[in-house]
Design a protein around this ligand. Structure first.
Ligand code: OFO
Length: 165
């Protein structure tokens, strides 16, 4: 049986994962609109992964006898200055998620909720992977510094990365 404070925080995280899914889907729409089809495919796939993160939390909350509660999901930003802007925002967003997951793990540990602490370990390693992934894209974008040819190759590279994560 989960404690009330834990259910509340897990539900907040669940809703945040929904927001992440919407954010990446919206980013993919911007990319596609600007002709970055590789980036669009990469972000669409990532949006699906975020829905997976949401469902994993939903199931855990439900399996433990508590009620998953879906709240209002804030609209994500729809306009971006550049491809680098998109990935900078995505990287910052992942850093925020890592912070939230760490706070959840802190709460689980301090309240001796070892089941939830164990459940959260999957998210801890997932966050490490996601931060590394988005940082690697940002590094490539920094190398080509917004030049047409360079962006074309980064976009192609993103297409190749899709389906591998
Ligand atoms: Fe991108 O890891 Fe969930 O939110």
């Amino acid at each position: 049986m989960l404690k009330e404070a834990m259910v509340k925080q897990l539900n907040e995280q669940l809703n945040l994962e929904f927001y992440s899914a919407n954010l990446y889907l919206q980013m993919s729409a911007w990319c596609s609109n600007k002709g970055f089809e590789g980036a669009a495919a990469f972000l669409t796939e990532h949006s699906r992964e975020e829905m997976g993160h949401m469902h994993r939390l939903f199931k855990y909350v439900s399996d433990t006898g508590a009620l998953p509660v879906l709240g209002t999901i804030e609209a994500p930003r729809a306009d971006f200055a550049s491809l680098a802007d998109v990935f900078t925002l995505a990287y910052e967003h992942e850093q925020l998620i890592t912070k939230q997951i760490n706070e959840l793990a802190d709460l689980a540990m301090s309240t001796k909720d070892y089941s939830t602490f164990n459940f959260l370990q999957w998210y801890v390693s997932e966050q490490h992977e996601e931060e590394t992934l988005f940082k690697s894209v940002l590094d490539k974008l920094a190398l080509v510094s917004n030049t047409g040819n360079g962006l074309f190759f980064v976009d192609k590279d993103l297409k190749n990365m899709t389906g591998q994560t």
